[in-house]
Design a binder for this molecule. Structure first.
Ligand code: ADP
Ligand code: MG
Length: 487
């Protein structure tokens, strides 16, 4: 009856754990599974019906009944990190772990102490069975790690035996946290085991140096949704900003981290807040993208508007995984959210409080963006010191428009005799407008020439494209391109 109860192999599809410094292999998994079967059969000999009480008695001996149960908890979103830590911990030399799933765990509140007393098998009560897992994201590109939902792990470590009860969050049952309980004849051993698992969960934290976004589930039980993103590399030449503007931003974000040691030694704080503001389409998001690409070693947590209530969680991740950057884009949207009275910004104040609550020496950057600095200003002025630098991004001036024109033109052949005129007539437009202008000019050139010929944009193509975009009939298009006052 015991066959197939233990399915440790299902929880290590990512195989990030190691045995003797080498990755866990299928053979190891089979071995672990065999050991599990042995444990169950061993117990079965004692009592024909294997219950949690008989399993625990077989593993720990009768003295377990009076022993103290130790427990560690983590926020629910740490489930995948606790699994990573547990896998690594179990893979240590001389340590073996046998996993026995807990069936019927849903909506049941129980711990190891209760399992010890479960001498009966009842269909509505937790009972031994196959371990169920859930695949949780653990990296960009859809990588996942199978994580135990609820399972007993019977550990043997150089003659010392411990039983662990691993339980993931179950918002549907009102369990927000992830927990691991430990039971050993020696209460000190149980606490040491949990401390080590916590330390390993930190060492093997899968969020470290990743770009994450936090979102809250709109339907459902308020579970935190986490997504991993690939870190895009944006070339410096792909971002057209005034040299002074770029220097201000980099000084605050990159240079503080670079001179961290000396700044700290001189009693200076590392925590910093930067606000990028300016009209839509001037490159605030583009700049954020560039900075994320620059900070390859930094853990980035992005919060969208609906996820701002998760700011405390984001700060907790940032604090644990320094150096870190928390990005809140379009912070004005959340600032207005949920205010009972005009001018009240509970979420914004929560954000500012969290910024304040972080230790001064935390290497954490808060990067905020907004189109509506005017809305934020009173709130920020009322809580000085959280944002230590506000950088304005403006619509491109003539020089910047020229640079953007060159950037978007790339290798496209073009007669540039009319460029001065184009630059004169595009005062007040955004980068997106110029991008669209060049595409339209290319389209005119394509229409004019035979299929198969290389595109060669004439001065007339360029002028026609600009005329069309500036035509009154294209007012809506201009608005969508963020063209502002032009036309
Ligand atoms: N300063 C800039 N340098 C290069 N490209 C830019 C710049 N500003 C805007 N763009 C282009 O326009 C697009 C929209 O800009 P975005 O960064 O989303 O504006 P914002 O966040 O300020 O509203 C970007 O994806 C990029 O292609
Ligand atoms: Mg933006």
């Amino acid at each position: 009856m015991a066959q197939g109860w233990v399915s440790y192999s299902t929880i290590t599809t990512e195989a990030p754990a190691a045995v003797d410094g080498r990755p866990l292999e299928l053979a190891d998994l089979r071995k672990l599974a065999r050991r599990g079967v042995r444990a169950v059969t061993r117990a079965a000999r004692v009592d024909d019906r294997v219950t949690f009480a008989s399993l625990l008695a077989a593993h720990l001996g009768p003295a377990a009944v009076g022993a103290e149960v130790a427990e560690e908890t983590w926020p629910g979103y740490e489930h995948v990190n606790v699994q990573a830590g547990l896998d690594a911990w179990l893979a240590a030399d001389g340590r073996t772990g046998e996993v026995v799933g807990v069936l019927g765990f849903r909506h049941q509140h129980f711990g190891l102490a209760e399992l010890l007393t479960m001498t009966d098998l009842h269909p509505h009560m937790p009972r031994p069975g196959n371990a169920a897992t859930v695949n949780l994201p653990c990296g960009p590109g859809g990588a996942t790690r199978a994580c135990l939902r609820c399972a007993l792990v019977l550990v043997e470590d150089g003659g010392v035996r411990t039983a662990l009860l691993v339980r993931g969050p179950e918002p549907e049952s009102g369990l927000q946290d992830m927990s691991v309980q430990a039971l050993s004849i020696d209460p000190v051993a149980a606490r040491v085991v949990l401390r080590e698992i916590r330390a390993d969960a930190n060492v093997h934290n899968v969020f470290r140096r990743q770009v994450l976004s936090f979102d809250s589930e709109v339907f459902g039980q308020g579970q935190t949704l986490l997504q991993f993103h690939r870190r895009q590399q944006l070339d410096r030449t792909g971002l057209v900003l005034h040299a002074g503007t770029m220097a201000e931003i980099e000084r605050q974000v990159v240079d503080v981290a670079r001179h961290k040691g000396r700044l700290l030694a001189a009693g200076q704080h590392l925590k910093r807040g930067l606000l990028l503001y300016g009209p839509p389409g001037v490159g605030k998001t583009h700049t954020v993208r560039y900075l994320i690409g620059q900070l390859a070693e930094t853990t980035v947590v992005q919060l969208s508007g609906s996820a701002l209530p998760l700011i405390a969680e984001a700060c907790s991740v940032a604090r644990a995984l320094q150096p870190a950057m928390i990005v809140v884009e379009d912070v004005d949207l959340i600032a207005e959210d949920r205010g009972m009275y005009p001018g009240q910004h509970p979420l914004l104040f929560q954000l500012l409080n969290e910024m304040d609550g972080l230790a001064e020496d935390a290497d954490v950057v808060f990067l905020l963006t907004t189109n509506r600095a005017d809305l934020l200003e009173p709130a920020l002025a009322a809580r000085p010191g959280r944002v230590d630098q506000a950088v304005e991004l403006t619509l491109p001036d003539r020089g910047a428009r020229r640079a953007l024109f060159d950037l978007y033109r790339g290798s496209l052949r073009m007669d540039l005799t009319g460029l001065d005129d184009v630059l004169d007539r595009t005062d007040g437009v955004t980068a997106s407008f110029l991008k669209e202008l060049i595409r339209r000019a290319a389209l005119f050139a394509a229409d004019r020439t035979a299929e198969g010929a290389d595109l060669d944009v004439s001065a007339a193509d360029l002028t026609s494209a600009l005329d069309e975009l500036l035509d009154t009939r294209n007012a809506m298009t201009r608005t969508l391109l963020g063209a502002g006052r032009t036309g």
